[in-house]
Design a binder for this molecule. Structure first.
Ligand code: NAD
Length: 527
C-alpha cells in the first residue's frame, strides 16, 4: 500500500519506488529527476544564493534553528520514516540519526560565525614593510550533495546545514533507496522559512547524481561507494569541480591484552552490528590479542546471541533488516567465501527465514585470514570476523593491510599505549576504547585516507570545504615602489643576494644589515 503521494515538484514521467526492506511494502513513488530538472534547480540556487550570502550568520542561524525545532517536534514521525525506508530500528534512527543531526544543527548554527571569522596572517618581515594579510572565507555558490542510503537523514542533513551556514545554496540528490527522508529534510527547511531555491531536493538515481556534475555545481560533497566515488571524481575533473569523497571502509578494531574484555566485547558487537553493519565506520575486522582471545570471543558470541532481530518499527528490536537485497547478497558471498576457505561460523551465518525482508542474522566468524574476501573487501553487513595477533607490531601491520583507511579503534586500559598505537594506524580517525560514533560529533573532522576518500566533513575542517579562502593583501606604503621592481642593475643583484642570505632567515637583526642598501635602492627607484 502506498502511503506517500507523489511530491508536488514531480514533473518527470519517470519515477523511483521506495520500498520498506523489512516488509516489501511500497512506501511511495518519487520523481526520477532529469538533467533538465537538475539544471533548473541549480539555476534557482544560483539566483537565490547571493542574497543568502549577504545574510548575517545570525539570520542564517535563525532558519537552521527553526528547522531544528520542527525536526525535534516531528522526531518520532521522522524516526519511523527512516526506519521504514532503511529497515533500521526506530530506536537506532533516533540515536544514530536524529540526535546527531539536531546536535549538528545546534552546533553549526552557533559556531559557524566563529569558525569562519576572517583571520589575520602573520607575514613576518613583510609586516615591517607596511603590509598586512588577512583571509576571509567566501561561500562557493551552489553545493551538490550526493548521499547514500545507510544514514539517509544524518549524512545529507549535516552537510546541508554546514553548506547553508557557510552562505551557499544546496542541491541534494539522495539515494534512490531513501528518497522520502530527503524530501522530508527539504520540507522541514521550507517550513522553517528558508528562502526558495536555497535547498532543492532532487530525487533520482545515479543518472540524477551524474547530472549534478553536468549542471556545473561549484562543489560536490559525495558520500558512497569507492566505485561510484571514482566515477564522480573523474566526471567532476572534466569541469575542475572540486569534490569531497566520503567512501567506504574496512575498519579494524584492535583489542590489546590489557583491554577491559567485557566492554571491548560489547563495543565490538555494537560496532559491527549497529545499523545491520551498514555503516562506513562499522567494525569490519577485529584483531584480538591471542592471550585473551578465547574469553573475548566467548563474550562476543554470548552478547550477539542476546540481540533481537525484527521489523525496525516494532518495539524491542536491536537489529532490523538490511536495506537492500544487493547488499545482503554481498554479505552472503563474503561469508560463504570465508566458510569455503576454512572460517568457523560461531553464530549466525545464514539468511533468516523471513522471505519478505532482507534479514541477515548477526554473524561472528573466526579462523579468518587476509586471503579471504571478508577481510579485504567492504562487507557492509552484520558480520564480525575475528583474528588473533601476538605483538603490537603485528596488530598494526594487520590493521594497515587494507586499501581502506576510514576509522579504526584500539582497546586498552593504558591510554598512552593506545595513543601510540593509534598514531601508527592509517585511518582518518582512530579511537581509543570507542567505535563508530565520531561521525556524530559535529565538532570533529570526518573523512578517510587511501580508498576511503579525501576531504573532510564536520568540524571546522568540514566547514572550510564549503568556502573558498580569499587572501586580501594590503600595502599601506602606497607611495613607495617595491625593492624587486624594475629596473635591475648590478647593485640590485647584490642587494637581492643579501636578501637571500639574511632576509630569508626571518631575522630582523640580520636583515637590518642591509638597511643602507635598501634605502638607497628605494629612493633610487623613485627617481
Ligand atoms: P553508491 O556509491 O551506490 O551511491 C551513492 C550515491 O551516488 C547515490 O545517491 C547514488 O544514486 C549516486 N550515484 C550512483 N552513480 C552515480 C554517478 N555515476 N554519478 C553521481 N552519483 C551517482 O553507494 P551506496 O550503496 O548508496 O552507499 C554505500 C556506500 O557508502 C558504502 O561503501 C559506504 O561505506 C559508503 N559510505 C561512506 C560514508 C563515509 O562517510 N565515508 C558514509 C556512509 C556511507
Amino acid at each position: 500500500m502506498s502511503t506517500q503521494t507523489l511530491p508536488t515538484q514531480a514533473k518527470s514521467a519517470r519515477e523511483i519506488i521506495s520500498y520498506d526492506p523489512a516488509t516489501g511494502e511500497e512506501i511511495g513513488r518519487a520523481p526520477l529527476s532529469s538533467l533538465e530538472d537538475v539544471r533548473q534547480a541549480v539555476s534557482r540556487g544560483r539566483k537565490a544564493q547571493p542574497a543568502w550570502s549577504n545574510f548575517s550568520f545570525r539570520q542564517r542561524a535563525r532558519v537552521i534553528l527553526k528547522a531544528r525545532e520542527l525536526m525535534l517536534a516531528q522526531r518520532d514521525e521522522i524516526a519511523k520514516l527512516v526506519s521504514r525506508e532503511t529497515g533500521k530500528p526506530v530506536t537506532e534512527a533516533l540515536s544514530m540519526e536524529i540526535v546527531p543531526t539536531l546536535d549538528a544543527m545546534h552546533y553549526f548554527a552557533h559556531a559557524a560565525e566563529n569558525l569562519l571569522r576572517p583571520q589575520k596572517i602573520d607575514i613576518g618581515q613583510y609586516g615591517m614593510m607596511g603590509r598586512s594579510s588577512s583571509i576571509r572565507f567566501k561561500p562557493l555558490g551552489v553545493i551538490g550533495i550526493i548521499s547514500p542510503w545507510n544514514f539517509p537523514l544524518a549524512t545529507p542533513a549535516d552537510e546541508v546545514v554546514m553548506a547553508l551556514m557557510a552562505g551557499n545554496a544546496v542541491v541534494l540528490k539522495p539515494s534512490e533507496l531513501t528518497p522520502f527522508i530527503a524530501l522530508k529534510i527539504g520540507e522541514i527547511f521550507s517550513r522553517a522559512g528558508l528562502p526558495e531555491g536555497l535547498l532543492e531536493v532532487l530525487t533520482g538515481d545515479g543518472s540524477t547524481g551524474a547530472a549534478l556534475i553536468e549542471a556545473r555545481v561549484d562543489k560536490i560533497m559525495f558520500t558512497g561507494s569507492v566505485a561510484t566515488g571514482k566515477r564522480v571524481a573523474e566526471a567532476a575533473a572534466r569541469y575542475l569541480i572540486p569534490v569531497v569523497l566520503e567512501l567506504g571502509g574496512k575498519d579494524p578494531m584492535i583489542v590489546l591484552e590489557d583491554a577491559d574484555i567485557e566492554n571491548a566485547a560489547r563495543g565490538a558487537v555494537w560496532g559491527a552490528f549497529a545499523n545491520s553493519g551498514q555503516a562506513c565506520a562499522s567494525v569490519e575486522r577485529c584483531y584480538v590479542h591471542e592471550s585473551i582471545a578465547p574469553k573475548f570471543i566467548e563474550r562476543v558470541v554470548a552478547e550477539t546471541e542476546t540481540l533481537r532481530q525484527g521489523v525496525g518499527t516494532e518495539t524491542a528490536v536491536d537489529i532490523g533488516s538490511m536495506t537492500n537485497e544487493r547488499q545482503l547478497q554481498i554479505v552472503e558471498h563474503h561469508v560463504s567465501d570465508a566458510e569455503r576457505r576454512g572460517a568457523r561460523i560461531l553464530t549466525g551465518g545464514h539468511r533468516g527465514e523471513n522471505p519478505e525482508g532482507f534479514f541477515y542474522p548477526p554473524t561472528v566468524l573466526t579462523n579468518v585470514d587476509h586471503d579471504m574476501t571478508i577481510m579485504r573487501d567492504e562487507t557492509f553487513g552484520p558480520v564480525l570476523p575475528v583474528m588473533t595477533f601476538s605483538t603490537d607490531d603485528e596488530a598494526v601491520k594487520l590493521a594497515n593491510d587494507s586499501v581502506y583507511g576510514l576509522t579504526a579503534s584500539v582497546w586498552t586500559k593504558n591510554i598512552a599505549r593506545g595513543r601510540r598505537i593509534a598514531e601508527r594506524i592509517e585511518a582518518g580517525t582512530v579511537m581509543v576504547n570507542e567505535v563508530v560514533y565520531t561521525h556524530g560529533i559535529a565538532q570533529t573532522p570526518w573523512g578517510g585516507v587511501k580508498d576511503s576518500g579525501y576531504g573532510r566533513t564536520h568540524g571546522r575542517m568540514g566547514l572550510l570545504e564549503l568556502v573558498t579562502p580569499q587572501h586580501i593583501h594590503v600595502n599601506r606604503l602606497s607611495f613607495l615602489p617595491d625593492l624587486w621592481w624594475f629596473r635591475y642593475s648590478p647593485s640590485a643583484a647584490k642587494l637581492f643576494g643579501g636578501l637571500a642570505t639574511h632576509f630569508t632567515t626571518g631575522s630582523i637583526i640580520r636583515t637590518s644589515r642591509l638597511l643602507p642598501q635598501i634605502v638607497k635602492r628605494l629612493f633610487g627607484l623613485r627617481k
